[in-house]
Design a protein around this ligand. Structure first.
Ligand code: NAD
Ligand code: ZN
Length: 362
């Protein structure tokens, strides 16, 4: 059943990306459009009035077109959208009008293929991606598959929870994938950025000792305030491998490494400082990058190297629950949607400590 939309139809703002090159890849430009029609949800979909949306580095990859994955064009970006359900399709029974909901990267999946049945929804061949293959949350009204929208409890602040919908969820899942247990050390590479600042908080909440790696004094301050046990500055350290090992208590290296940086170099370094039997989790997606590790060492030291890609519906619920219990407080700044370009500019320069969140009403 659709809620009446007529009174909401005016003044809708969509950020749209227009391809400026004939190929799928390559840089794109974006612009703001006002008063465009509000989409109607299909039978298994909901329409969410987005209030806030976090800005993820993935959105910048979409603008730059630097991944080997074609995106929809023109496109409304954004995949950390928190808002209120205003309409739902006829088949939707478990999401009510007025509920808080989140549009996350995984907008939908088939729910019937072998990967979906095994709860690996992000590996579904028919998965749709918010702000990439379908329009996302840099707009006031966004569509999501009802089965996949994040259920946000009413006592949560929509502005603060927005970055949990990708950054929080992704690092929480990656920490679980690392197999690190309470009391063990985890190196977080890119710790002062969006994913990294949340990773420090989740790691702490999970009883781990976070070793933060990033560049500059701003990031040092944020990482230390968030509870990193030590901070290694990749721009000044003369021996990153030695410094990371030294920060791991007994000098044998961290039990796990989360690679969140948008730079290839740390993907080449991690195998040199990971503890034997430890796990390297690749999460960041620098363009055209390769991960490298010596085969001999990887075998005789039993090093695990794996990828981790967002999380499923259960991971989402768990990541939100950590936040709801007050365990996750990473810094974020709120700006108007119309200021998105300045956020991208800062992100390109690596100058954002924490996350930016856009308010879709301004
Ligand atoms: P961000 O720009 O907020 O943070 C990146 C951080 O890495 C910055 O603080 C930067 O200073 C730091 N950095 C750069 N070079 C470094 C180096 N050599 N050593 C240590 N730190 C370094 O970006 P973000 O929003 O946190 O996203 C990070 C990456 O994760 C992006 O590539 C994004 O597309 C990807 N991502 C992946 C998933 C997934 O499911 N795997 C989900 C979300 C985002
Ligand atoms: Zn993201």
């Amino acid at each position: 059943m659709l809620a009446p939309l007529s009174h909401r139809i005016h003044g809708k703002r969509h950020l749209q990306l227009y391809r400026s090159s004939p190929k799928n890849n390559g840089p794109k430009s974006w612009r703001i459009r006002e008063a465009i029609p509000v989409p109607k949800p299909g039978p298994d979909e909901v329409l969410v009035n987005i209030k806030y949306s976090g800005v993820c580095h993935t959105d910048l990859h979409a603008v730059k077109g630097d991944w080997p994955l074609p995106s929809k064009m023109p496109l409304v970006g954004g995949h950390e959208g928190a808002g209120i359900v205003v309409a739902r399709g006829s088949l939707v029974k478990d999401v009510e009008i007025g509920d808080y909901a989140g549009i996350k990267w995984l907008n939908g999946s088939c729910l019937t293929c072998v990967q979906c049945r095994q709860s690996n929804e992000s590996l579904c061949g028919d998965a749709t991606l918010s702000g990439y293959t379908v329009d996302g949350s840099f707009q006031q009204y966004a569509i999501g598959k009802a089965a996949h929208v994040a259920r946000i409890p009413k006592d949560c602040d929509l502005e603060a929870i927005a970055p949990i919908l990708c950054a929080g969820l992704t690092v929480y899942k990656a920490l679980k994938e690392s197999g690190a247990r309470p009391g063990q050390h985890v190196a977080i590479v890119g710790a002062g950025g969006g994913l990294g600042s949340f990773a420090i908080q989740y790691a702490k909440a999970m009883g781990l000792h976070p070793i933060a790696i990033d560049g500059g004094e701003d990031k040092r301050r944020v990482c230390t305030e968030l509870g990193a046990q030590s901070y290694i500055d990749f721009t000044t350290s003369e021996d990153i491998v030695g410094d990371v090992k030294g920060a791991s208590g007994d000098g044998l290296g961290p039990n796990a490494v989360l690679l969140l940086a948008v730079s290839e170099k740390p993907f080449q370094q991690a195998s040199q400082y990971i503890r034997s039997k430890g796990t390297i989790v690749c999460v960041g997606l620098p363009a055209n990058a390769f991960i490298k590790a010596p085969v001999f060492d990887t075998v005789v030291r039993e090093v695990n190297i794996k990828g981790s890609y967002v999380g499923n519906r259960q991971d989402t619920a768990e990541a939100i629950d950590f936040f709801r219990r007050g365990l996750i407080k990473a810094p974020y700044k709120v700006v108007g949607l119309s200021e998105l370009q300045s956020v991208y500019d800062l992100m390109l320069e690596g100058k954002i400590a924490g996350r930016y969140v856009v308010d879709t009403s301004r």
